[in-house]
Ligand binder design. Structure first.
Ligand code: AVJ
Length: 320
């Protein structure tokens, strides 16, 4: 049957407009920043996949261990007919759930949603081939903007894996969860993966690996700006910084200008002093009681909380 054509809620013009807006806001701020979604062009998505296989980057393996152990239970508890994945990327770990749903459940439709057309083209084709009885409906969209475009009806399970919810700042996260609850009906389910607070000596190397893949991933955002906005930022002028913030309990990635850098971008003249940093990502780490409280505030009931055997990563199953 093959995957259905991608449903596009975000076209090239929307993407270009929101990149320009983010650049204008972020690069004129007193503390410069950019949202992490701009890492993920084709090369950035490949670099991220490489990160997930690094020895230091535990979240993917830890979450996969939880899903492998709990997939059958998730199928049984939710009885979902439609599985929706936000920020789906390659949907690699999702196969553990799809396998369990194919064996025990009566899932009819899988709906991956991502900003990356290239990631969705690859994942939907592969999934449609490997799960021939499943309807695969990819949606090109932004999970912070397009929750009202998700398919309705049936018993739905929305999954948001990898700890990507940690990319949202606390206020954005509250807005996202409230919007998620509004998009669901009572009885629908949400499965959310969260990296857990732990010794920074474990967290920091996961974001600053010895092989330098994360550094390349970080610098990739500069290549995206150069291509999309015609700037000539030299990625080599910036070094990769991963810094744990003990108050906020999040890790930040930053790009540090190793020499003064000036760039004309849009109608702006942007200067980096030597040593000045551009924040490119926040990745929040969570405590079990915090997750349950945030879900409750948004109108969800956390029904299960699981971790991998080493207690590195948490997966919460909540009901609307
Ligand atoms: C895809 C957002 C879950 O925060 O760990 C990996 C992205 N950044 N290495 C994360 C990322 C640096 C990742 N998420």
């Amino acid at each position: 049957m093959g995957a259905e054509p991608l449903e596009i809620h975000l076209d090239d013009q929307d993407i270009a407009r929101s990149l320009r807006r983010d650049v204008r806001v972020g690069l004129t701020a007193r503390e410069k920043w950019l949202p992490p979604k701009w890492f993920y062009d084709t090369r950035g998505s490949e670099l991220f996949d490489e990160i997930t296989r690094l020895p230091e980057y535990y979240p993917t393996r830890a979450e996969r261990a939880v899903l492998a152990q709990r997939a059958a239970e998730i199928v049984e508890l939710t009885g979902a007919k439609t599985l929706i994945e936000l920020g789906s990327g390659s949907s690699e770990k999702t196969r553990l759930l799809l396998d369990a749903f194919t064996q025990h459940g009566d899932l009819g439709t899988f709906v991956p949603l991502d900003v990356s057309v290239s990631a969705l083209e690859g994942s939907t084709a592969a999934l449609a081939a490997d799960y021939p009885r499943l309807r695969v409906r990819g949606i090109v969209g932004d999970f912070t903007r397009h929750l009202d475009r998700l398919p309705t009806g049936g018993r739905r399970l929305v999954i948001f894996l990898g700890g990507t919810i940690g990319n949202l700042l606390p206020g954005e996260r509250a807005g996202f969860l409230a919007g998620m609850r509004a998009a669901l009906e009572a009885g629908d389910w949400l499965l959310v993966g969260t990296d857990l607070v732990k010794d920074p000596a474990v967290i920091v190397p996961a974001y600053d690996d010895a092989a330098g893949v994360t550094a390349e991933f970080n610098r990739n955002v500069l290549r995206v700006l150069n291509r999309e906005l015609g700037t000539d930022l030299d990625p080599e002028a910036f070094s990769h910084v991963a810094r744990w913030d003990p108050e906020q309990e999040w890790i930040e990635m930053r790009l540090r200008a190793e020499r003064p850098v000036r760039v004309r971008v849009l109608d702006l003249d942007v200067g980096f002093a030597e040593g000045e940093e551009l924040r490119t990502e926040v990745s929040a780490k969570f405590r079990p009681e915090g997750i349950a409280a945030e879900l409750a505030t948004a109108g969800f009931r956390a029904e299960r909380f699981w971790t991998d055997p080493d207690g590195l990563f948490g997966v919460t199953l909540a009901q609307a």
